[in-house]
Design a protein around this ligand. Sequence first.
Ligand code: FES
Length: 105
Amino acid sequence: MSKLIVITRDGEENILNGKAGTSLLEIIQDAGIDDLMALCGGCCSCATCHVYVDDAWLAAVGDGNEDEVSLLEDSEHHQKGSRLACQINMTAELDGLRVMVAPEE
Ligand code: FES
């Protein structure tokens, strides 16, 4: 299990545990946090699972693929650290990862 810290839209900090190989989206939803609508069910086509990766974790998380980047660039809330929670899988290396839920579109 790795630790994931999630700041919700109302500013609440949640410390969650996620199994390696599980997407951040699944970890967040399984914890009962309903900020992410995830309309496409994790298929990288809706961008309603938009989160901001904390600056300290950008290198470890890396960039998304071309489809993800293109979806995020169309978002009015796109900024440094923007990623889709359905496209990041938890790993042991990401233990302690901190993300903030982006504003709703
Ligand atoms: S859930 Fe739709 S892009 Fe992530």
